[in-house]
Design a binder for this molecule. Structure first.
Ligand code: PMP
Length: 343
């Protein structure tokens, strides 16, 4: 069965007439706005632009993707949730992802009432390609496949050829979560023209340094973006967040400088960690964190905590592994000197 968006979107959402404020239509055409029950005495009294137009234009120029192919969410977490709510029939449809990975795919899929299919990544954290996966990808009840590249918590990217293979083997939506792609060598954005069922998620929370502002973006076919726009809450991104993001995009050189600094620190940290006696393995990473296998991860976790350093314990998913975010050079040095004193 070939991909068909109209078959995927839930029937009761197809005909949904979205909430629209009079402002959408008359925005910037009038001087006096008495349409939205706002407080006229406050400088913050106006509702934000529900279509995030300026921001989409700016992203469009940066990423070479048309504004109609972009939707902004309250963090990519909101976009994950909207995507699932658009297509999952509760109790019936399936959502596939590969573990270990970002925890919200499971949580949001369960909230949407999906049956979750978890397939473990291979020992080197690659996709478990083969007949079992092929069969699952052909299941007509499969509605969404999540691929995370670079993957959280493992840090590796998926080979683009394998992403293509998944895209062409299924009629489900394939969501490539690229929250960390700015730290990596490549992105799947250029596949958008070829694969209608592709959704690329990116975020302002990582490389752009705006986690506090809650901004994520989905890149997809204009038809899918139009459906998502209809089900999103009208004012999902605040005026302040939209302008912070616009500012960051205007000074994009600062963002690229910070990305370069973080990558350099990641490489330094990786080498230094690998030399420590308590470290068994540092997994290669194309993100802004490192997954590190320790001989005694629980003890190291507690020891770091006692030194006022918090890292993430991922040992339930990857034996003896802690995930360590790349910090400032000073923070990284403090981490390293604490670990040197361990034992
Ligand atoms: N995807 C991945 C892979 C993540 O690691 C995270 C955040 N840790 C998110 C999405 C959520 O990002 P946002 O802040 O844009 O909601």
């Amino acid at each position: 069965m070939a991909y068909n968006l109209s078959n995927l979107v839930l029937d009761h959402l197809k005909g949904l007439s979205p909430y629209s404020s009079a402002r959408d239509e008359f925005s910037e055409r009038a001087e006096i706005y008495l349409d939205a029950n706002e407080n006229p005495f406050s400088p913050y009294g106006r509702y934000p632009d529900p279509s995030h137009l300026e921001l989409r234009k700016s992203l469009s120029a940066l990423r070479k993707v048309s504004t109609e192919n972009i939707l902004i969410g309250n963090g990519s977490d909101e976009l994950i949730d909207l995507l699932l709510r658009l297509v999952v029939r509760p109790g019936r449809d399936k959502v596939l992802y590969f573990t270990p990975t970002y925890g919200m795919y499971r949580v949001s899929a369960e909230i949407a009432g999906a049956k979750t299919l978890e397939m473990p990544l291979s020992v080197d954290f690659n996709l478990p390609l083969g007949p079992t996966l092929e069969r699952i990808l052909k299941d007509p009840d499969l509605k969404v496949v999540f691929l995370c590249s670079p993957n959280n918590p493992t840090g590796n990217t998926l080979p683009k050829e394998e992403v293509r293979q998944i895209l062409s083997s299924t009629s489900a939506l394939v969501v490539v979560d690229e929250a960390y792609a700015d730290f990596a060598k490549e992105s799947s954005l250029d596949l958008l023209e070829t694969y209608e069922n592709l959704v690329v998620l990116q975020t302002f929370s990582k490389a752009f340094g705006l986690a506090a502002a809650r901004l994520g973006m989905a890149y997809a076919s204009k038809e899918l973006i139009a459906y998502l726009r209809r089900i999103k809450p009208p004012y999902n991104v605040s005026t302040f967040s939209q302008s912070l993001a616009l500012e960051r995009l205007k000074s994009y050189e600062t963002v690229t400088e910070q990305i370069q600094k973080i990558i350099k620190e990641r490489q330094r940290l990786e080498k230094a960690l690998a030399k420590l006696p308590s470290v068994l393995h540092v997994y290669p990473s194309e993100a802004n964190f490192l997954l590190v296998e320790f001989s005694e991860s629980k003890e190291v976790f507690q020891y770091l905590l006692s030194r006022s350093i918090v890292v993430r314990d991922r040992s339930k998913e990857v034996p003896r592994a802690l995930r360590i975010t790349v910090g400032t050079p000073k923070e990284n040095n403090q981490l390293l000197s604490a670990l040197k004193k361990y034992n």
